[in-house]
Design a protein around this ligand. Structure first.
Ligand code: GLY
Length: 274
């Protein structure tokens, strides 16, 4: 039996769940849990509706830096602040499978991607440019006091995509993001940090979405993973999300017997079992 869950980001429009269902149905046809979550994330990275790959947020300076990661029990690969590649999640998978490392960042990640044959690609979109323009204007006019003000994050959140899967007891997780909001160049969110935005072990897989700084502060994914078996998965996820108060956050999680997709605000998601 195979199950996959995809999410399109906390704070994103719930109507996008329809398109995620289509992607989930396509991804579940893959032969392994890892291939399925990677396929699911590639489909979302290629869809400019989502803040990952094509359609990623711009940094305040106009550059696009993306984070992505994949995890299976006992192994992990991630890229941080990678630029000018179409599918950061594919590079993250190559870091895990084809390099001796677990995380590559910045120029090192880009050089590795080129070595692995990924050509230069511009992931920017008109929508991302307009979004940045709008933010810069609001900052200039004083409508948003500072880029690091909580109000800024609330208004300009546009989050991560992710997937978790269980294929006959085999688990995998994958995430990709253009960064929560318009941030400083070099900023790193929770997505490529083991235990914060992603965790996968022999008991299940968890992926988080929301404001990376807050998710890292609480190491949300490992917190949920470590509690598997202690209570129903829905209860565990609800309790961990409640700790964030009104801070936007969401999770998808899967164990041997349970699945959960939950957020404290709108979050498109889809779950398919075959
Ligand atoms: N949750 C994605 C980020 O903060 O970058």
């Amino acid at each position: 039996m195979k199950t996959i869950i995809l999410h399109g980001g906390a704070s994103h429009r719930s109507e996008l769940s329809k398109i995620l269902e289509k992607y989930a149905k396509e991804a579940i046809e893959e032969n392994s849990a890892l291939d399925a979550v990677v396929k699911a994330v590639v489909l979302m990275e290629d869809d400019p509706e989502f803040n990952a790959g094509t359609g990623s947020n711009m940094r305040l300076d106009g550059s696009i830096q993306m984070d992505a990661a994949v995890m299976i029990p006992g192994d992990f690969g991630g890229v941080i602040n990678i630029e000018e590649v179409k599918n950061p999640v594919l590079v993250a998978r190559d870091v895990m499978l084809k390099s001796p490392h677990m995380l590559l960042a910045g120029d090192g990640a880009v050089n590795f991607a080129r070595k692995m044959g990924y050509p230069t690609y511009d992931p920017s979109t008109e929508k991302a440019r307009e979004r940045r323009e709008k933010v810069l204007q609001k900052l200039k006019s004083g409508e948003i006091p500072e880029y690091y003000h909580p109000q800024f994050f609330r208004e300009f959140l546009g989050d991560t995509v992710g997937a978790v899967a269980r294929f006959d007891g085999e688990f995998a997780a994958a995430v990709s993001t253009g960064g929560t909001s318009l941030t400083l160049r070099g900023r790193v969110g929770d997505s490529p940090i083991i235990g914060s935005g992603i965790y996968c072990g022999s008991r299940g897989a968890v992926v988080a979405t929301g404001i990376g700084e807050e998710i890292m502060r609480r190491m949300l994914s490992i917190r949920i993973y470590e509690r598997i078996g202690e209570a129903p998965l829905q209860k565990i996820c609800r309790e961990e999300i409640e700790k964030f108060g009104s801070i936007p956050v969401g999770v998808i999680a899967i164990t041997a017997e349970e699945e959960c997709a939950m957020s404290n605000l709108a979050m498109p998601y889809a779950q398919v079992t075959r």
